[in-house]
Structure formats: structure tokens, C-alpha cells
Design a protein around this ligand. Sequence first.
Ligand code: BG6
Length: 309
Amino acid sequence: MNEMSTSEQRSVEVVKAINGLEKVVLREIHGSSVEVYFYGAHVTSWKNEHGEELLFLSSKAIFKPPKPIRGGIPICFPQFSNLGSLEAHGFARNRLWTFDDNPPPFPADATNKIFIDLILRPTKEDLKLWPHSFEYRLRITLGPRADLMLTSRIRNTSTDGKPFTFTFAYHTYFSVSDISEVRVEGLETLDYLDNCQKRERFTEQGDSITFESEVDKIYLSTPTKITIMDHEKKRTFSIRKDGLPDAVVWNPWDKKARTMADFGDDEYKHMLCVEAAAVEKPITLKPGEEWRGRQELSTVPSSSKQLDS
Ligand code: BG6
């Protein structure tokens, strides 16, 4: 165990975890915590001040490279989905990231927050798969009210003068008590591409979104705030995003769940992915240019007035 820094009850520790993979544990002064594997820069746990887990992690998740971890917050880069020749959802989620010892300043992060900076640069092997030099810096921040922020900064570092293009998603798996009782607000009346129907374009009808079968939709040009209401838990998740116009909503339901080796047959009842993403319009960076994409997650009790803030 390696203590990176402490101040009162706040801490950042590196610990050996499943299959010898290392993870960083951030603990905030009021008791909330976040766990991040270097493997994939993958957040596998986010707990509030009462120690309640807010993310879904499959009991069958395989912590063994090159298999991505099922649950938590996988990072999809340099592509969302499995279009083109790259592996599904890109390779960032199954590479070993390292501490970023020298991050340039991040303007939005204030005091009273605990964070870590990770970095991914392509190896020679990666460059054979995707021939573009980049630096991907990720800051993971835990705020005093257990808010969890992920800020990605991707820079084109190539010297050959060539731009590159990518798509992206924070593939967040939220833990919910019962998917049939969950409602998502902020996506009603929007256009979406339906992955279950060959990515055909439709327009969402009616009120908030509820779930009664498999869903795999890419909502386009969404508002910057989306909420997930979990009635049974009396909890509302709020997702705020910046630089990420789209939002993917995914639940495999029972039939697809049975085809996934790293996912329990009934686990679909207790998870919902709402993914802050940039899919419809890929992002292009010229050499020297940088892109930023940020997601901020928080929870409030469902009855609370804070919801409108
Ligand atoms: C979602 C996609 O984001 O991820 C789905 O929209 C996909 O189509 C799901 O099935 C899980 O992907 P993977 O590669 O983690 O099994």
C-alpha cells in the first residue's frame, strides 16, 4: 500500500487490487470515496458519505487485460461503438494508464476537492492500430458533496501535420434499485439513433423515458443536464456535461444479458448506462489542438428542492 498524500481525513492511496492490478482510492473528508484502476483509467466505485455504492459493477466483471471491466465508468476512445477497424469502444479502456506528474493547470477545479491526474500516450503497438500521436489527460475529482467529475483533455501531438478524428463516451453504469421503476429526464422529444434498429433515426415521444425492454439509443444534441430518478431508492442522479453533445442510453435486458460472459443474467435489473458522448459529429484535432470533455455526476434525494439548481 502506498500513501500518496493525506490531509486530515482526506487521502489518495494506491493499493493492489484484483489480479494484482493497482487502483487509486480517493477518500473525501465527509466519507465519500472513488476507486480508479490504472487499467483503463477505469472508475470502478463511487460511494457517497454514507458508504452507499452509486455505480454498478458486475459481479462477473473480468479484471484481466485485455478484457475491459464490466461496470463503473469505462472510457470509450478513440471510438465509440464498433464501427471501422478498431476494437469496440476503442482501446483507452484496456490500456495501462500512468500518473500524470506534470499536468497543465485545470481552470475549473477549486480548493476543497481531491483529485488525481492520469495520462495515456500511445505505444508503438497502438500506433499500428491507430496511427495518431496523442496525449490523453484525465483528471478525476471528488468534491466535498461527493460530486464526481471527470475531465478529459485530448491533444494531437503529431509532428506530421495530420489531423485526427475520434468519437468518445464516458460509459457510466449507474446502480439502480429496479430498472422498471427508473425514469430519465432531459431526453424527451429529442432525435436519437437506435442501435437496436441499424442506427436508424427516430424522434423520442412523450414524457420522461422509462424502461421495459432492451434499449440502446444515441440521443443527439441533448441538454447539458440529464437526470435519472430512482423511485425505490428515493435518489436522483444528475449528469452535467460539457463538450459532449450526445447521450447514449443502454440496458441490455434479459436476452442480451444471457449472451454476455461478464454480466449476470439478472444484473440488467440493477443498472442503467447513461453515457455523456460525442458520437454523431466526430471531433477533429489538428496538430497542437486540444479537446476537452467533462462530465459531473451528483446525487440528491428525490424529494429535495436542490434538484432544480
Ligand atoms: C453501449 C453500446 O454503449 O455499450 C451498446 O451502445 C453496447 O451497443 C454496450 O452493447 C456494451 O458494449 P461493450 O463493448 O462494453 O460490451
